[in-house]
Each structure stands twice: as structure tokens, then as C-alpha cells.
Design a protein around this ligand. Structure first.
Ligand SMILES: [Zn+2]
Length: 354
């Protein structure tokens, strides 16, 4: 993948490519924007482009992706590209102060081992040990000429104001649904699934790709949609159990991730009864899956609302159908609107997206 291939980030990519082509590289960048829109990928591709050993004539502003420098950067093994991240996904986990000091107080003064630039990527920069801020500020104020620092964050407001003011900011946006759908089609997904996942992603391409690459995600999405579609036929008790059902599906997703990535999640529901020390990582992972499950349901509800509105628009209410003049000519549509909540069995056909 080249910098130019980043999905839905035309403005940021154009600015970065222009900087490379004009050889006007800033000493520090702030990549900000919502989660999952490609900021981390952009930092990696920008680092590849800066240190590429074999830039191609047809696209000199991108890394080739194949030379030794590009390959080492992609693997996280380049001696001159340092990725500083928190040790785990926990929200309270921060980039250790030892890593910051080792990088910005010592390593930064050593010239690059084998590349034009020494590049530091802090991702996410808003999760940095508070005591390390002074060290970072000093490095941003008086950097050696060969150093480029990239701070990646979805929450720039959490950074001390003195940090963004020393960086060139690149803002990343939510991607268009069509662009994400097109990308999913290139990955081999069938049209209906690609369109649905693109819509569900809410413009976050990483979320769409994650869903496309994990069969259990697609299976969970299908189960959640069936759950919602059948809810009105199963009565109030089922509705009251909805939260538990959603949690069960989120737990299944968390368990699948555990099998992929390691012992972060307990293997069964008894984890909730374990000691706090052992449940904390499991609960964190479970909570990380819940928003996605809720997004699936929100997407279903949004589709259902759109279908209901379309039905109301294309119906032809008449004055005669109103019970009182004060209700006006649209009351017929309101009376029969599927938007009205009801737990009774309905004869309306399901609008479950596929
Ligand atoms: Zn290269």
C-alpha cells in the first residue's frame, strides 16, 4: 500500500505528498481525527515514503513498499523508525516514561543508522505518561535536523496546548461510505455485505476492514440483526433481555479475539465472578466490543427508520382519513407509521439488512 492509496483522506495525503515532493518536511506532525480513519497507517506510510531507498519515478512521493527500508518499517523493525505505544489496549495504559526518555532524551541525539530521517511515532500521543510531557516538549523545540516526530491522536484536546502549537497538524476525516464500499469490494466481499459494512462503519475504514476480515464479526452482526428483527414478535420479556443478549454476543466476539491474540479474555462467562485482578482485562476487551454491537443495532434501526419514512412519503394521505380537522392532511401517515413503538406482532415485512 502506498501513501496515495490511503482511503478517503485526499486532503491530508495531498499535503503530505506535497511536503515530500517539495522537500519541505516539518520537524513534527500531529495526525488527528476520529478513531479508525487511517491515521496510524498514514504515519507508517509517511515514514516509508521519507526513508524509501527506491522511490519510483511514477510516484516519487510514496514509498515503494518493497525496498529494505520500506519492508523493515512495515514490520516495525527499522532502526530509525521508533513506534512508541502503550503496552496494552487498556484505556488507562500509557506510553511508559522510560520509552519516552530513551527515545527523546538519548536516542534522538544519535544520527540515523541507515536512513535520511530518524522518525518517532507516538500512537496514541494522548496516552503518554504525564511526567514525559516535558521531555517531548524539549524534543519538539530543539530537534536535530534529521528528526521527524509524528503524534497520532483521536483526542487532541487531551494534549497540552504547547504540544500541538509546535506541530504541523494534519486532520483526518471520516471516509465516505462509497469509498469504503469500493475498497471492501476489492477485498472480495459481495456487494450487499460490502455496502452494509461500509454503512455500519460510520466512515471508519479500519472498522470496516476488521469486520470484513473476521468471519465471527460477520456472524455476530447477522445474529444481532436477527435478534432485532424478531424482537417485536417475542414480546416484552425478550425486549427486557436484550441487554443480556447484546452482552452475550459481545462476549463471543471478545472470546474470538482472545483466541487470535492471546490470553486477554477469560474463556467462559464465569470470568465475571473471578477476582478483580483477573476480570479487568476481560472486561476491558468485552467493553471494547460492545460499541460495535450497539452500532450494528443503530444501523438496523436507522435502516428501519429510513424505510418507514420512505413508506410515509410515498403514501397518499387524504383529508377524509383524519378523525379531526386539527390533525391535518398528514395524520394518516402518522397513524400508520411503523415508527410508532409497539411490541405487538406486526404484519409488516422485516427490513433486516443483509
Ligand atoms: Zn521503499
Amino acid at each position: 500500500m502506498r501513501l496515495a492509496d490511503l482511503i478517503g483522506q485526499t486532503r491530508a495525503v495531498a499535503a503530505l505528498r506535497k511536503a515530500i515532493l517539495q522537500d519541505r518536511i516539518a520537524h513534527a506532525y500531529l495526525f488527528s481525527g476520529p478513531e479508525g480513519v487511517g491515521k496510524s497507517t498514514a504515519a507508517l506510510l509517511f515514514a516509508q515514503a521519507l526513508n524509501c531507498e527506491r522511490r519510483m519515478p511514477d510516484d516519487p512521493a510514496s514509498g515503494c513498499g518493497e525496498c529494505r527500508s520500506c519492508t523493515l518499517t512495515a514490520r516495525g523493525n527499522h532502526p530509525d523508525v521508533r513506534l512508541l505505544t502503550p503496552p496494552d489496549d487498556g484505556e488507562t495504559s500509557v506510553i511508559p516514561i522510560e520509552d519516552i526518555r530513551r527515545g527523546f532524551a538519548y536516542d534522538i541525539n544519535l544520527r540515523p543508522a541507515c536512513a535520511p530521517y530518524k522518525i518517532y511515532v507516538l500512537d496514541p500521543a494522548d496516552r503518554t505518561a504525564p511526567l514525559a510531557i516535558h521531555t517531548i516538549l524539549k524534543a519538539l523545540e530543539e530537534p536535530p535536523s534529521y528528526v521527524v516526530t509524528i503524534l497520532v491522536t483521536a483526542r487532541p484536546a487531551l494534549l497540552p496546548p504547547t504540544i500541538p502549537s509546535r506541530c504541523q497538524e494534519m486532520t483526518f476525516q471520516l471516509s465516505g461510505t462509497e469509498a469504503i464500499e469500493h475498497h471492501l469490494l476489492t477485498l472480495g466481499l459481495e456487494q450487499t455485505t460490502a455496502a452494509s459494512l461500509a454503512r455500519l462503519s460510520g466512515g471508519r475504514v479500519a472498522l470496516a476492514i476488521r469486520a470484513a476480515n473476521r468471519p465471527e464479526v460477520l456472524a455476530t452482526r447477522k445474529a444481532l440483526l436477527e435478534l432485532c428483527a424478531d424482537l417485536h414478535t417475542r414480546g416484552l420479556p425478550a425486549a427486557l433481555r436484550l441487554a443480556e443478549d447484546i452482552k452475550r454476543h459481545a462476549r463471543a466476539l471478545a472470546r474470538a479475539r482472545h483466541e487470535e491474540t492471546g490470553p486477554e479474555v477469560q474463556s467462559d462467562d464465569r470470568s465475571e465472578e473471578s477476582t478483580p485482578a483477573t476480570t479487568a482485562p476481560a472486561d476491558r476487551t468485552l467493553r471494547s466490543e460492545l460499541p460495535w454491537c450497539l452500532d450494528v443495532i443503530l444501523s438496523w434501526y436507522r435502516d428501519r427508520l429510513a424505510a418507514a419514512r420512505s413508506a410515509a412519503l410515498f403514501s397518499t394521505p387524504t383529508i377524509e382519513s383524519c378523525s379531526t380537522p386539527a390533525e391535518g392532511p398528514t395524520c394518516a401517515a402518522r397513524k400508520t407509521s411503523p415508527l410508532k413503538p409497539s411490541w405487538r406482532p406486526s404484519t409488516a415485512s422485516s427490513t433486516t439488512p443483509t
